[in-house]
Write a protein that binds this ligand. Sequence first.
Ligand code: GAR
Length: 194
Amino acid sequence: PMKLGIMASGSGSNFEAVAQAIKDGQLNAQIQVLIYNNPGIKAVERAERWGVPSVLLNHRDYKRREELDTAIVEVLQQYQVEWVVMAGWMRIVTPVLINAFPDQIINIHPSLLPSFKGAHAIEKALEAGVKITGCTVHLVCPEVDSGLILVQAAVPVLPLDTPETLHARIQVQEHRILPQAIAQLAPRTTSVTL
Ligand code: GAR
């Protein structure tokens, strides 16, 4: 099984979608640890219910992004993580983390990249007046929301949408494509016979 480390800053519904996909046999993986940066978030309660250890690394305790990322790498290594999943991680990550797990970190972003990079992607899509948006799972590189795209899903924007209603519609797709993208990363253990 793939040994996953999940990083979250909020509700953790994507964490839960990964846990459920593993339980349902759709994903051959195990979640080694949840790393979170905001005390009291719902993601921690979910981790407890799934029996996954969680570790708080509060960015407010670190002066520089690199220091937070150094602490993250230490925890990921301590839990023998091989693949890192940023599932609603709302901090910019640095090469300290990226270089420790080359091409082994993925992120889920609530837009069809390369549109609406960065924070407030859903609000930006509403302001732009697009009729279709969606979500993207991509490899993490030093430039924010710019790594190789792995899976995307399109979601319609409806006339009366608020950020909340649109986010809910996007999340249905996120919960489907995130486990799918992780499964795609699994190293091929069998070779194709011609
Ligand atoms: C998700 O919708 C994810 O796309 C977004 O945060 C939400 C977390 O939800 N990520 C970003 O905006 C990254 N910049 P969750 O905590 O319920 O999984």
